[in-house]
Design a protein around this ligand. Structure first.
Ligand code: SAH
Length: 247
């Protein structure tokens, strides 16, 4: 099955852009995913192809028009009735690896890219559209967000990543950040690769990696750590979860 992406944008020439390279590019050539763009401007009905207008209530910038967006969303849905329609927006729910995994397991996705001040709010009332943010900062347009979202989905498609298992231990998949990596040379600028990783003792290596994943998550991302701890019923000492895991 091909994961089908439709991007609704004023800048279709930005696609596939970086997704034509490396892992995603190879997968595109191999038809593991497909990409279509819809030019939002094509859905404007006046002779100037107007897509935006000044904000009601005043203020800076321009707002993408509901009538134009509504028609563009309807066209995307007609092409892909089963794919969810996402709108890139800093007001949306933060994108998570969990949501990425769900999306990549589905038929594909239609992504609406904003520009200027964003969308007329009524499209979210009138259409089934999921607002998605890629982080707490403001981009000049949704296109780069769409590329981020697609890249994250594509690498999870069957047969896209080299080793089938290489997605499973990664940051966020287990609720933790991943442990740190090292590769040769064994010594670089006086710094050695941790001894345990060179020991060949797989149980010891696994234990070290788990401990580092937990410690780094606790120190770097207290928010993730709290969630992980409450989900796994771990006591503050860490004893309880380790016990449950060993059973
Ligand atoms: N006035 C808006 C920002 C508009 S930025 C506000 O303050 O909320 C223009 C467009 O860029 C948005 O419509 C959206 O499509 C995209 N965009 C900006 N920041 C984003 C983010 N963090 N995540 C996803 N899309 C974003």
């Amino acid at each position: 099955m091909t994961f089908a992406a439709t991007v609704l944008t004023l800048y279709p020439e930005m696609f596939p852009g970086p997704l034509a390279q490396s892992i995603a590019g190879r997968a595109l050539e191999d038809r593991k995913w497909s990409l279509d763009t819809l030019q939002i401007r094509d859905f404007a009905t006046d002779k100037h192809h107007t897509v935006d207008d000044t904000p009601a209530g005043g203020g800076a910038g321009m707002v993408l028009k509901a009538d134009v967006l509504g028609s563009a969303i309807d066209a995307a849905r007609e092409r892909q009735p089963d794919a969810p329609v996402l709108a890139m927006s800093p007001r949306g729910a933060s994108l998570t690896q969990e949501r990425v995994r769900q999306l990549s397991a589905g038929p594909g996705v239609s992504i609406l890219c904003g520009r200027f001040e964003g969308f007329d709010e009524r499209i979210f009332e009138a259409r089934d559209v999921e607002e998605v943010s890629i982080g707490d900062y403001v981009l000049s347009g949704g296109e780069i967000g769409a590329l981020v979202l697609l890249d994250a989905c594509i690498r999870l498609l069957p047969g896209v990543m080299g080793a089938a298992s290489s997605g499973e231990e990664e940051s966020f998949e287990t609720g933790l950040l991943e442990y740190p990596h090292y590769t040769r040379p064994v010594e670089w600028e006086g710094r050695a690769i941790p001894e345990v990783l060179r020991s060949g003792d797989h149980a010891k290596i696994a234990a070290w990696r788990k401990a580092r994943a937990e410690e780094d998550t606790r120190l770097r991302r207290p928010d993730l750590w709290e969630r992980y701890r409450s989900a796994s019923g771990q006591s503050p000492s860490g004893a309880q979860r380790n016990k449950t895991r060993d059973e």
